[in-house]
Write a new protein. Structure first.
Length: 228
């Protein structure tokens, strides 16, 4: 679906406004204590897919089998302590990431690729349990997925190649994620290894039961912020 230049400009303006509002919300919600604040980055590979009954029906009607795609995720995060309960330390962790939501379908003679560039905003609650060296932790939380592009598709068969794009329903999709990790210090910085699962919740396409999901193995590096 191709819109007019004016509609395209409006869409971009709305997305930029939502991005600014989201960043302001993060700033307001995240406390900045004098001690314990950390900043870092995460990156690593993932397996991504499209789900939902309408997606499965579309593939079935086209004679295609559902398949997964791979991608590389990277981003930055801020971590701040909230409170401690026994040995467990609870922390808040907002993130900003660049990722590509995608999925695919295939048959012996045809191939379908669907993808969209997304700015991903997870907002995580973490629970850390200390070990003799480092700590293990789990996390869960909501996320906002800001679509930076349309949902592009490319269908290849023996005789033709068809390309096109669909417009996300709102341009922003609510999701959720959860995962586990292990962190340990190395001199002046610390390293974390984690596995996470993501899934969209709100509508991606109007009147369509379609979802984006992914599973990622990420490496992270973080350092404390000195406030004195």
């Amino acid at each position: 679906m191709v819109g007019t230049p004016f509609c395209g400009w409006c869409g971009r303006a709305i997305r930029v406004g939502i991005l600014c509002a989201t960043l302001m919300l993060f700033t307001l919600l995240v406390p900045l204590p004098s001690q314990g604040l950390e900043v870092g980055s995460v990156f690593g590979p993932g397996v991504e897919w499209i789900g939902g009954q309408d997606w499965k029906n579309d593939l079935s009607d086209a004679g295609l089998h559902d398949s997964h795609s791979t991608d590389f995720l990277y981003g930055i995060f801020l971590r701040t302590p909230l409170f401690q309960w026994g040995k467990v330390q609870f922390q808040l962790r907002p993130e900003v990431q660049i990722m590509t939501a995608r999925g695919s379908g295939s048959s012996p003679t045809e191939n379908l690729e669907v993808l969209a560039k997304v700015l991903h905003f997870p907002f995580l609650l973490e629970g850390w349990y200390p070990l003799q060296l480092g700590a293990v932790y789990g996390f869960v939380g909501p996320s906002l997925n800001l679509f930076l592009t349309g949902i592009d598709y490319r269908f290849e068969s023996v005789n033709e190649v068809e390309e096109g794009s669909n417009t996300p329903y709102y341009g922003v999709v609510v999701g959720a994620l959860l995962g586990v990790g292990f962190a340990f210090p190395i001199t002046t910085f610390s390293v974390q290894l984690e596995a996470r699962y993501t899934h969209t919740i709100s509508l991606v396409l109007k009147d369509k039961d379609t979802t984006f999901g992914g599973f990622y193995l990420l490496l992270g590096v973080y350092v404390p912020i000195r406030m004195d």
